[in-house]
Design a protein around this ligand. Structure first.
Ligand SMILES: O=C([O-])CC(=O)C(=O)O
Ligand SMILES: [Mg+2]
Length: 597
């Protein structure tokens, strides 16, 4: 229909007379011209000028610009921009730098009386000006992570309907059966590369929060952008609202979800299937991160989809990688070998069993026989020690059932098994009581104790409790952060063993390589990379994870390792770049204002 001739100076477009002046085709034509220029232009400069012009054409003008959080700069528009974009007079005369704006944000934020108010304030900022939101988050990650993420995000989910302002992400409910593709197409951004989806049944350790669980995908994706530089337009939070069995929530007049008991069985599976397939259709190849599903669905869905589409389960695989990295970090302190550890997991759900499997792979990679490796990992669930004699075990637990007399309580289990590491993934606060911790300290020079359950209110013990009961000899990490505290006259900071260290980098590596699937090996290399990044001076202080201020560096390193696995395993769909590190670095979005003129 079109003919394009280009001699390096002039371009001639030939098209049928009837199309001349057809404005609906102008954008399409613009793309063709641009592509043709890219292909033919001796002058790459012309092409880049046109690409930029095209981008500038997309910027809304006037008041619409100020109301669009993707483009808004608040008080930071330059004089030139004010004229060019029709906003002169609509913003105050003074032009602020982003640094000055950050100062205003922090001043406001720190005035808020509690963390939930801070969360609401930051959400408002995200609704107004994304560049500023991500800049503030990235530059103040240690201060702000506990607000946008665990523990405050947990409280925000518990009160989601009550603090609701603007909708975010996509909600899919049973009413949408048969039209999920259509629903996904309503999303304004077309280049989605990462989707975090929850059905809200196990939000952190807080249980069934139904559609109010949306806060989790929203929070995780904010971290993808802050911590790995994945552009916010490439991410999509999804809540599969299949109802809730939380009656109090259903009765809450401000609840935002469908007021019905949870969909189960084949109908539930069919909705998930339709969603997963719709993603392949609307956002082909996008990575799906399953988040905070209950055990009964988490393992099944992972099994069903892991070899069919590009997906992973963060609670099974992400948390596993961070637990393994924590063990490697601890062993850098004690000098021991992984294969010589005896690990007792308190809790046999997604996080525990996922970590157990990954630890077994890691021990096997060190040369141990898989059966031997399994025998080093012990599990307790709410009924007691997982042993062969029990007849109430599912297949995931059964592989860790060892021939041993049954033990009902944790204190006796620690006494009998004499673990070198105790890992809390139970979701139950206080299980690591003083007696348990003292026993760990009696049988180990440097007991390894991880209280990984989230949020803070669900942690198996606090950092201070772990230090006090072990004469400060413990190597400790927790899923949610603890404030630094003073112990025997020195300030103690402890590490946060949270999948925040893992999923952003894994996601970036998968996107960079265009990996078709996400493999366990990717989590294994992620764990190893993470552990290697802990600085000796941090280790000496007892911090077995890198400082969060280095999270971008950490995520890029993990992304590189993950992409490398994708290339080596023939899973990549993007041509291998000459310099993988530089290529991945070049993908990372940096929250800075772009000039609009
Ligand atoms: O969100 C977090 O802090 C870690 C996590 O995945 C969970 O606890 O479910
Ligand atoms: Mg989770």
């Amino acid at each position: 229909m079109y003919q394009i001739e280009y001699d390096g100076d002039h371009m001639v477009i030939r098209c049928p007379r009837r199309l001349v002046g057809d404005t609906s085709l102008s954008r399409f034509l613009g793309d063709i011209v641009l592509q043709s220029l890219m292909e033919n232009a001796q002058s790459a400069e012309t092409a880049s000028r046109m690409a930029r012009q095209k981008r500038l054409d997309e910027i809304p003008k006037g008041i619409a610009l100020l109301r669009n959080p993707d483009f808004n700069k608040g008080t930071a528009f330059t004089e030139e921009e004010k004229d060019a974009l029709g906003i002169r007079g609509l913003v105050p005369p003074r032009v602020h730098t982003i640094q000055e704006q950050i100062r205003r944000v922090l001043e406001n934020l720190r005035r808020k009386p509690n963390n939930l108010e801070k969360y609401i304030f930051l959400t408002g900022l995200q609704d107004r000006n994304k560049t500023l939101f991500y800049r503030v988050l990235l530059d103040n990650i240690e201060e702000l992570l506990p607000i946008v993420y665990t523990p405050t995000v947990g409280q925000a989910c518990q009160e989601y309907g009550h603090i609701f302002r603007r909708p975010r992400g996509i909600y899919i409910s049973p009413h949408d059966r048969g039209r999920v593709v259509k629903v996904l197409r309503n999303w304004p951004h077309k280049n989605v590369r990462i989707i975090v989806v929850t059905d809200g049944e196990r939000i952190l350790g807080l249980g069934d929060l139904g559609a109010d669980g949306m806060g989790i995908p929203v929070g995780k994706l904010a971290l993808y952008t802050a911590c790995a530089g994945i552009h916010h337009s490439q991410s999509l939070p999804v809540a599969l609202d299949v109802g809730t069995d939380n009656e109090a929530l259903r009765d809450d007049p401000l609840y935002i979800g469908v007021r019905r008991p949870r969909l189960r069985g084949p109908e539930y599976d069919a909705l998930v299937e339709e969603f997963v397939m719709a993603v392949q259709h609307v956002f082909p190849g996008a990575l799906i991160q399953f988040e905070d599903f209950a055990n009964r669905n988490a393992f099944r869905l992972l099994q069903r989809y892991r070899n069919r589409v590009c997906c992973f389960n963060d609670d099974i695989q992400g948390t596993a990688a961070v637990a393994l990295a924590g063990l490697y970090g601890a062993l850098r302190l004690t000098g021991g070998r992984l294969q010589d550890q005896r690990i007792l997991f308190m809790g046999a759900g997604e996080a525990g069993l996922g970590a157990g499997e990954l630890v077994v792979s890691a021990m096997t990679a060190e040369g141990l026989d898989p059966q031997e490796a399994r025998s080093r990992c012990w599990f307790m669930d709410s009924k007691g020690l997982i042993v062969q004699a029990r007849d109430d075990l599912n297949e995931h637990k059964r592989v860790f059932a060892h021939p041993h007399p049954f033990v009902a309580d944790l204190a006796s289990a620690v006494e009998t098994l004499r673990p070198t590491a105790l890992i809390g993934v139970s979701g139950v606060a206080g299980l690591f009581n003083e007696g348990v911790l003292r026993t760990m300290a009696r049988i180990n020079d440097r007991p390894i104790v991880f209280a990984l359950s989230n949020p803070t209110s669900n942690a198996e013990c606090t950092a201070r409790e772990a230090y006090e009961a072990t004469d400060g000899r413990v190597i400790f990490a927790s899923g949610s952060p603890f404030e630094p505290f003073t112990y025997k006259g020195r300030t103690v900071r402890t590490g946060q063993g949270n999948n925040i260290y893992i999923f952003p980098g894994v996601g970036l590596g998968v996107i960079a390589s265009g990996a078709r699937h996400v493999t366990d090996e990717m989590f294994f290399v992620a764990a190893k990379s993470l552990a290697q990044m802990v600085l000796p001076e941090d280790l000496q202080e007892g911090m077995i994870f890198p400082r969060l201020t280095r999270i971008r560096e950490v995520s890029l390193k993990i992304a590189q390792a993950v992409a490398y696995v994708a290339y080596r395993s023939a899973l990549a769909t993007v041509d291998p770049p000459e310099d993988l590190e530089a290529y991945i670095q070049s993908l990372a979005y940096v929250p800075e204002y772009e000039s609009y003129v």
